[in-house]
Design a protein around this ligand. Structure first.
Ligand code: NAP
Length: 256
């Protein structure tokens, strides 16, 4: 039977402190999974972990920087130790770029964007894949962006990382598809999260400016990205492999 029942499954979610990551962690827990929560900020992480028991599932919070190879390896291995398996991973941790032309982008800013948004996904998949093999298969979802499928002025560095996530997703997915591990990506549009609050400045004018990019006339909710991750990991998305799923209110489709 086709189902989104994740009872007795385990999900590993990075950037789970706030925003899309927190909504995804709660959605997977509501579907029945125990959840490993990874983030760089302990207070935010603890707040997500505090909300999980309302779903009846267990949370395993892990403070780690996804750009730190040994921390990511330790996070995956502590999840397998805690819960005995890993079935799903949502590699969501990411940072934004304040609007900056490429020729004014500092190399330190470039390096940090690459380290978190691209190396962070590489390191996570590097350790999640063997753990999923041990569990007999699984599904991975990587967070790309609308900036992963179109160019955006002032976002060259961020867009490079998000285009890179899609290339990495598509290639790694082909390597493990025959082993029952499905890897896909999601490309969100403008989603109402702390990141988008920083990007828009949080002012009425800033909010109106980003909403103007959305044909639907509103920002997306973090839960609307969480539900896409749930679909891709569940049996409902069982034939989806190597796909970059655009969930963006029409933002990147064309001129409206
Ligand atoms: P967010 O509100 O900034 O939340 C990101 C989470 O990741 C936070 O919990 C943050 O920790 C954590 N994090 C940041 N750097 C980390 C690191 N080095 N290691 C571990 N955790 C780290 O972001 P969001 O809007 O939910 O975005 C989530 C993902 O979706 C990102 O990859 C983003 O690029 C992508 N995305 C977002 C949008 C959007 O409109 N919001 C659109 C397209 C794509 P703190 O608690 O310390 O902040």
């Amino acid at each position: 039977m086709i189902t989104t029942d994740f009872t007795d499954k385990v999900a590993f979610i990075t950037g789970a402190g706030v925003g899309i990551g927190r909504a995804t962690a709660l959605a997977f827990a509501e579907a029945g999974a125990d959840v490993a929560l990874v983030s760089i900020d302990e207070d935010d992480l603890n707040e997500t972990a505090r909300l999980v028991p309302d779903t009846g599932r267990r949370a395993h919070p892990i403070v780690a920087d996804v750009s730190d190879a040994s921390a990511v390896q330790a996070a995956v291995s502590s999840t397998a130790d805690e819960f005995g398996r890993i079935d799903f991973a949502v590699n969501n941790a990411g940072i934004e770029q304040p609007p900056t032309p490429l020729d004014e982008t500092g190399q330190d800013d470039w390096n940090r964007l690459i380290a978190v948004n691209l190396t962070g996904v590489f390191l996570a998949m590097k350790h999640e894949i063997p753990a999923m093999r041990e569990s007999g298969g699984g599904a991975i979802v990587n967070l790309s962006s609308g900036a992963g499928v179109v160019g955006i002025s002032g976002q060259a560095a961020y867009a490079a990382t998000k285009h890179g996530v899609i290339g990495m997703t598509k290639s790694a997915a082909l390597e493990v598809a025959a082993e029952g591990i499905r890897i896909n990506a999601i490309c969100p549009g403008i989603i109402e999260t702390p990141m988008m609050g920083r990007f828009s400045g949080g002012t009425p004018e800033g909010r109106a400016r980003v909403i103007a990019q959305e044909p639907v006339g509103r920002m997306g909710r973090p839960e609307e990205i969480a539900s896409a991750a749930l679909w891709l990991c569940s049996d409902l998305g069982g034939f989806a492999v190597s796909h970059a799923l655009v969930v963006d209110g029409g933002q990147t489709v064309g001129i409206s």
